[in-house]
Ligand binder design. Structure first.
Ligand code: DSN
Length: 484
């Protein structure tokens, strides 16, 4: 039988056996090149200090679900209404994920629904705009240099950068350049002139709680929807340790891999039922459910990533445990410890501190900037990112560094450990200032990186810090799959 098969398909018995063996081999055997890159990345994650505020370490169970056979199945449509057969278990999984998503945020299924299919936060946001804002309709979001997100709209004098600004009309709102807090008064004035259809209550670099009640009032004045983008804080919201956007928003989007600590995906929550009742007692109902579901599929996406939905379902179950709440309280405590330790080292923190999982350190008074400091810290095995500070003149030379506590807290670090982390950061920034002083004040970032990597005394300093950072970081356990 095999011989006739091999004749028919021009494949020899040996080739077929070898093909079948290939399908069963572990990654390490089957593709040592990819395996070794993953190993190196695992080493970097284990022996470095991960302070990027949007990152986290997913649990073993989440990664197992993500690496499962759920990857193999197409299932365009929604539970009970699919375009392909064989979807009974996919339906069960998607319904479970929806149920857990509502439970994790204590939402009544009569009043809220959720779409668990968005591939990530950016497609989730775009799906919402597609659903409820007409082409070239108006959207207001926090400006990117002030701590917003690209998908909340972004354009320069020369060019519309974000698709939100290309296909819709975006007008940013700002933080106050001195205090770093959102300028709600100015937002209100501008909204009265701009008449947005949708206002976004969401941030990617803002260390303070949002005033959702005020934002809703501004939205209502203009007959606009209020969309919360809780991507950064969705784990904190699930744990109930920061104010929830659900009380005031009509729609809430999120990613699932930041503080929520799942795999990379997105969710859209939308209100159902009565939207408002007029003076005569006449009820208007929300019609978001079908608009949003249709925008996700068939509007924008193809088949849902069922392996990711499985991973999200697992993360949502974990998010409802007392252990998760304890973790999120520690995320907050660690962020405050990091913030106050850096203030003790003489640094300025934008807004003077943090209500959440991140801080923005302003390097202007130190005579250096975020781009240069980020490079030195990276060389010392400390991962963070440069970020504009309120009032920055140029987005090309951001003067701040954004640090977040979620990832290292997942490895078990507590306040004292974060004080040690602050010391490592301080040493890295001192070195940044020294390297910069050795160069012409107008030296480019490229020249800076060259000096850092070529001048022996700087290399020695980097090596000293790096050895200590790696020894320190290596003590803490690493969540995830043992082998990968
Ligand atoms: N990349 C994320 C962040 O770092 O905030 C936003 O999508």
């Amino acid at each position: 039988a095999i011989m006739s098969l091999s004749n028919a398909h021009h494949i020899s018995k040996e080739e077929w056996e070898s093909h079948n063996k290939m399908l069963l081999e572990p990654l390490a055997v089957n593709d040592s090149e990819v395996f070794s890159i993953i190993k190196k990345e695992k080493h970097r994650q284990t022996y470095g200090l991960e302070l990027i505020a949007s990152e986290n370490f997913a649990s073993r169970a989440v990664l197992e679900a993500l690496g499962s056979c759920m990857n193999n199945k197409y299932s365009e449509g929604y539970p009970g209404q699919r375009y392909y057969g064989g979807t009974e278990h996919i339906d069960e999984l998607e319904r479970l994920c929806q149920k857990r998503a509502l439970e994790a945020y204590s939402l009544d299924s009569e009043k809220w629904g959720v779409n668990v299919q968005p591939y990530s936060g950016s497609p989730a946001n775009f799906a919402v705009y597609t659903a409820v804002v007409e082409p070239h309709g108006r959207i207001m979001g926090l400006d990117l240099p002030d701590g917003g997100h690209l998908t909340h709209g972004f354009m320069t004098e020369k060019k519309k950068i974000s698709a939100t600004s290309i296909f819709f009309e975006s007008m940013p709102y700002k933080v106050h350049p001195e205090t770093g807090y959102i300028d709600y008064d100015r937002l209100q004035e501008n909204a009265r002139l701009f008449h947005p259809k949708l206002i976004i209550a969401g941030t990617s670099c803002y260390s303070r709680n949002l005033d959702y009640a005020r934002l809703k009032q501004i939205a209502n004045e203009n007959g606009a929807y209020l969309m919360g983008d809780m991507a950064h804080i969705s784990g904190l919201v699930a744990a109930g340790v920061v104010p929830s956007p659900f009380e005031h928003c009509d729609i809430v989007t999120t990613t699932t891999h930041k503080t929520l600590r799942g795999c990379r995906a997105g969710l859209i929550f939308y209100r159902k039922g009565v939207q408002n009742v007029d003076a005569k007692g006449k009820e208007t109902l929300y019609n978001l459910e079908s608009l949003i579901n249709q925008a996700v599929f068939p509007g924008l996406q193809g088949g849902p990533h069922n392996h990711a939905i499985a991973g999200v379902a697992v993360a949502l179950k974990q998010a409802m445990t007392p252990e998760f709440k304890a973790y999120q309280l520690q995320v907050l405590a660690n962020c405050r410890a990091l913030s106050s330790a850096l203030i003790d080292h003489g640094y300025k923190i934008v807004t003077g501190g943090s209500d959440n999982h991140l801080i923005l350190l302003d390097l202007r008074s130190k005579g250096t900037d975020g781009g240069r400091a980020e490079k030195v810290l990276e060389a010392c095995a400390i991962a963070c990112n440069k970020n504009t500070c309120p009032g920055d003149k140029s987005a090309l030379r951001p003067s701040g560094l954004r640090f977040g506590s979620p990832a290292l807290t997942s490895r078990g670090l507590v306040e004292n450990d974060f004080r040690k982390v602050a010391e490592f950061i301080h040493r890295g920034i001192e070195l940044t200032v020294e390297v910069q002083k050795s160069l012409d004040p107008k030296a480019t970032l490229k020249a800076f990186v060259q000096a850092l990597s070529q001048v022996e005394k700087f290399q020695q300093r980097v090596a000293e810090i790096r050895v200590e950072v790696e020894a320190f970081a290596g003590q803490f356990p690493m969540p995830g799959l043992p082998e990968l």
